[in-house]
Design a protein around this ligand. Structure first.
Ligand SMILES: [Zn+2]
Length: 236
């Protein structure tokens, strides 16, 4: 029966939200979660999706993995938003794949299960919006800068993307426009305004320095936080 593992996941998610969002131990069961926590409805203003994880490292440059950069920026973003009174939730805190937790999805494809899990989290946590943090790659090493993706024809997501792109353009002295896309599973299935933030190009030497330094990661996280706060304040 599929519902039961989902209920278990939600129990874990609730526990994370209430206890600081630590991954559930393997083999956790319904009975391991106190009833008061099990009944709590997960709720958040912002769901931060730290892209990739586990054996799916995303793009890489030598030993540098995108998934580690995504996680570092996402953690900083989480803390910044929480410090400003925004109820943020981070969907992973360590280097593991979300598909490891996804035991109810029948697909044999680990990537598919991972995406399904990310979508499931965005639906069940009842977040106000979702930001998926990623790092870009381009051939030749010349492309640089931030790029925010949103689902074509989705007005609220386009608005969120504009605020985020503006903030990141200011941070990185670029003048790019957000990009409408039609075929991203995560964006197509999200029920709330959702964007993918490509924070910079790992293939570009300058961007790579920014993406891998603590100071650069903090500046990126601050820009994303500013964009989110502006969207929440200024959009109807
Ligand atoms: Zn990625």
């Amino acid at each position: 029966m599929r519902r039961k593992p989902l209920a278990l996941l939600l129990a874990c998610v609730s526990a994370f939200a209430l206890t600081g969002w630590a991954p559930a131990p393997a083999g956790d069961t319904d009975t391991a979660v106190p009833p008061n926590i099990r009944r709590a409805i997960p709720n958040a203003d912002v769901l931060i999706d730290a892209g990739h994880g586990g054996i799916d490292g995303g793009t890489h440059f030598g030993e540098i993995k995108e998934s580690d950069i995504n996680l570092a920026i996402s953690r900083k973003l989480y803390l910044l938003l929480r410090s400003r009174g925004v109820r943020a939730v981070l969907n992973r805190t360590g280097d593991y794949a979300l598909s490891d937790d996804n035991r109810w999805h029948p697909s044999r494809s680990r990537h598919r299960r991972d995406l399904s899990q990310r979508r499931g989290l965005s639906e069940e946590i009842e977040a106000g919006l979702m930001v998926s943090v990623h790092v870009n790659w381009g051939p030749g090493g010349r492309k640089r800068g931030p790029l925010v993706l949103y689902r074509k024809g989705d007005g609220p997501s386009a608005s969120l993307a504009s605020f985020l792109q503006d903030a990141l353009n200011r941070q990185q002295s670029t003048r790019y426009h957000p990009k409408a896309v039609g075929s991203f599973y995560l964006l197509n299935t999200a029920k709330v305004p959702a964007v993918i933030v490509e924070t910079g190009f790992l293939s570009h030497p300058g961007d790579r320095e920014m993406l891998t330094s603590r100071q650069g990661q903090t500046k990126i996280a601050e820009a994303i936080a500013q964009g989110i706060l502006a969207y929440r304040t200024l959009s109807p």
